[in-house]
Write a protein that binds this ligand. Structure first.
Ligand code: PLP
Length: 379
C-alpha cells in the first residue's frame, strides 16, 4: 500500500541536496569548531557559511544568529533569556493563548518564578486584537512573544504591527517563526522583531537544530552554561552537520520560495475545495484568515479525530489531530479552544499539512477515502 504524508507541519524529509551538503561533516570534516587546528577551522568555516545562509534567509546579519538544538530551545532561550536579563526592569510578559507549547510552557514556568504572564485571546479567525495587546502593556512589561504562524490552523499574525506597538513602549518583541519560514517571506528588519525562532526540520532540513535571531546589541541571559560557544549564548559543541544542513535548506527555501508557495497554495486549495464539495457539514477553521499556504484545520462533525486518524492511517494516509507534541500527550488543543470551538468539535478536528511533493492525485485519493470513512461511520 502506498502511504501518503499530510503531516508536514510535524516534520519534513531532509532534501537530497541537504543530505549531500551534510555528509562530509560526519566523518571527513569531523573537527570540533572550537579547536584551533585545521580540523577545527574547517568546521568553524562551515558554521560561518551556514550562519550567513540563514541570516540571508531572514534578512539578518550573520552575527545575529545563535544556533540552538531545536526551535523549542530557541523559544526557551528567547523568553527566559529576556526574562532573566531584564528582571530588574519588570516582570510582565505578554503572549497569546495559541502559542506552541515551547512558548506556552516556558511562560507557565516563568509564572512559577514570579513573572506575570498575559495570555491574549484570539478572535474567531484566530487573530490577536491589536488594541487589546496595546491595552495590556504596562510599565512592568518587558516582552511580547507572539508566533508568526500557528502550527494547527496556519493563521498568520500581524507581527509588524505587534512589534511597532511594543516598540512604542520600549518593550522587546519575540516571534516564533518555526512554521512560517519557507512558507511565507520572513524578514526581521521588515517586521521589526528583536528575537525570532526558527527550526531546520520544518523546512526539509535535519532534526535537532534550530536558531535564534537576536538583534545586534541586545544582550540576553543564556540558559545553557558551559564552554561559551555561540558568543556565550549557547554553550555546547556545535552540531556541525546539522548546522550545515540548516544553512543549505534555508538557501533552497529562499531561492524557491515563490514557486513553493504557489504549489502549496494550489494543492491546499484543491484539498479544501474537494472537502467542501464532497463532505457535508465540515468546517475549515480560520479559512477566512491570512494563513500559511500548506495548512488546513478541518472539523468533521460526527466522527472523532482519533477514530478518523486511525482509519486514515490504515488506508495509508498520515495526518494529525494538531501539534505533534500535543498529540503525543493527548492534550486537547489550546488553539482550537481559543477559536471558540465546542469541546465536541475540538475532538473532531484534523490538521492536514501538505508538503512540496504532495500531488493532486494524492489529494483525490485522500478525499475518496475520507468520504468513504465518513459515510460508513455516519450510517
Ligand atoms: N514552534 C512551532 C510553531 C512549532 O510548530 C514547533 C514544532 O512543531 C516548534 C516551535 C518546536 O520546534 P522543534 O520541533 O524544532 O523543537
Amino acid at each position: 500500500m502506498k502511504t501518503m504524508f499530510f503531516d508536514y507541519n510535524s516534520t519534513t524529509p531532509v532534501a537530497a541536496e541537504v543530505v549531500s551538503a551534510m555528509l562530509p561533516y560526519f566523518s571527513e570534516h569531523f573537527g570540533n569548531a572550537s579547536s584551533s587546528h585545521s580540523y577545527g577551522q574547517k568546521a568553524l568555516h562551515a558554521i560561518d557559511m551556514a550562519r550567513m545562509q540563514i541570516a540571508k534567509a531572514i534578512g539578518a546579519n550573520a552575527d545575529e544568529i545563535i544556533f540552538t538544538g531545536s526551535g523549542t530551545e530557541a523559544n526557551n532561550l528567547a523568553i527566559t533569556g529576556i526574562a532573566h536579563k531584564f528582571r530588574g526592569k519588570g516582570n510582565h510578559i505578554i503572549t497569546s493563548s495559541i502559542e506552541h507549547s515551547s512558548v506556552y510552557r516556558q511562560c507557565k514556568y516563568l509564572e512559577r518564578c514570579g513573572f506575570e504572564i498575559t495570555y491574549l485571546p484570539v478572535d474567531k479567525l484566530g487573530k490577536i486584537n491589536l488594541s487589546e495587546l496595546e491595552e495590556s502593556i504596562k510599565k512592568e512589561t518587558i516582552l511580547v512573544s507572539i508566533m508568526t504562524a500557528n502550527n494547527e490552523t496556519g493563521v498568520v499574525q500581524s507581527i509588524k504591527d505587534i512589534s511597532q506597538i511594543a516598540e512604542k513602549y520600549n518593550v522587546f518583541t519575540h516571534s516564533d517563526a518555526v512554521q512560517a519560514l519557507g512558507k511565507m517571506p520572513v524578514n526581521v528588519d521588515e517586521i521589526g522583531v528583536d528575537l525570532l525562532s526558527i527550526s531546520a526540520h520544518k523546512i526539509y532540513g535535519p532534526k535537532g537544530v534550530g536558531a535564534l535571531y537576536l538583534r545586534r546589541g541586545l544582550g540576553i541571559a543564556p540558559i545553557i552554561h558551559g564552554g561559551g560557544q555561540e558568543k556565550k549564548m549557547r554553550s555546547g559543541t556545535e552540531n556541525v552537520p546539522g548546522i550545515v544542513g540548516f544553512g543549505k535548506t534555508c538557501e533552497l527555501a529562499i531561492t524557491n520560495l515563490d514557486r513553493n508557495i504557489e504549489h502549496l497554495q494550489k494543492i491546499r486549495n484543491l484539498l479544501e475545495d474537494k472537502v467542501r464539495q464532497h463532505i457535508l457539514g465540515i468546517e475549515i477553521n480560520s479559512s477566512g484568515a491570512d494563513r500559511i499556504p500548506n495548512t488546513s484545520s478541518i472539523t468533521f462533525p460526527g466522527i472523532s479525530s482519533e477514530t478518523l486518524l486511525v482509519k486514515l492511517d490504515l488506508n495509508g494516509i498520515a495526518a494529525s489531530s494538531g501539534s505533534a507534541c500535543g498529540a503525543a500527550e493527548m492534550e486537547t488543543s489550546r488553539t482550537l479552544k481559543a477559536l471558540g470551538l465546542s469541546e465536541k468539535d475540538q475532538h473532531c478536528t484534523i490538521r492536514f499539512s501538505i508538503g512540496l511533493s504532495t500531488t493532486e492525485k494524492e489529494i483525490e485519493y485522500a478525499i475518496k477515502i475520507i468520504k468513504h470513512l465518513i459515510n460508513i461511520h455516519q450510517c
